[in-house]
Design a protein around this ligand. Structure first.
Ligand SMILES: Nc1nc2c([nH]c(=O)n2[C@H]2C[C@H](O)[C@@H](COP(=O)(O)OP(=O)(O)OP(=O)(O)O)O2)c(=O)[nH]1
Length: 138
C-alpha cells in the first residue's frame, strides 16, 4: 500500500492598510475555486520562512517580510495530509499580480471567515483573528 502524501506548505497572511490578501485557486487546480493564502510546498533544505518568501515572490512578484509566525496546522484531506506554516507578513516591494490564481481580494480580518477557504485554513484564520483582538486589547 502506498503511503499517504503529507505536504509541508508555507503560506502568507499579507497585511496592508488593515486588510489581508486572499487568493482564489483557479478552476484547473486541485481544490478548484477555493480561497487560500499565497504560498507553496517547502523544498528540501529550505526553512518554512525561506519557502514563504520564495513562493510569494514566484507566485505574485511581491517581496514580503515576516512580522510573526502563527501556529502550524495539520489537516487531513480525503487524499492527502497537509501541514501549513502560516506567517503574518507585510509587503516590502511590489504589487501582487495574478499569475496562477483566478482572483485576488484584500479583506478586513473580520470578513475572512465568509469566503470558501481550503479547509485547512479555517483554524489559521481563527488564530489570526484572536491574536489581532489580543493586540488591540493590550
Ligand atoms: N498555498 C497554499 N496552499 C494551501 C493552503 N491551504 C491548503 O490546504 N493548501 C494546500 C493546497 C495544496 O494542496 C498545497 C499547496 O501546494 P502547492 O501550492 O504547491 O500545490 P498546488 O495544488 O498549487 O500544485 P501541485 O500540488 O499540483 O504542485 O497546500 C493555503 O492557504 N495556501
Amino acid at each position: 500500500m502506498s503511503e499517504r502524501r503529507h505536504l509541508q506548505v508555507s503560506c502568507a497572511l499579507i497585511e496592508r492598510d488593515g486588510a489581508v490578501l486572499a487568493c482564489r485557486r483557479s478552476a484547473t487546480m486541485k481544490m478548484p475555486l477555493k480561497w487560500e493564502f499565497p504560498g507553496g510546498k517547502i523544498e528540501a533544505g529550505e526553512s518554512a520562512a525561506e519557502c514563504l518568501v520564495r513562493e510569494v515572490l514566484e507566485e505574485m512578484a511581491v517581496r514580503v517580510s515576516i512580522i510573526e509566525p502563527l501556529t502550524p496546522v495539520t489537516h487531513d484531506y480525503a487524499t492527502f495530509t497537509v501541514t501549513l506554516y502560516p506567517f503574518v507578513c507585510s509587503i516590502e516591494e511590489g504589487e501582487p499580480v495574478l499569475h496562477e490564481h483566478a482572483e485576488l481580494l484584500w479583506l478586513p480580518p473580520d470578513e475572512l471567515p465568509h469566503l470558501d477557504w481550503c479547509e485547512a485554513d479555517f483554524p489559521i484564520i481563527a488564530d489570526y483573528r484572536e491574536r489581532l483582538s489580543a493586540r488591540q486589547k493590550g
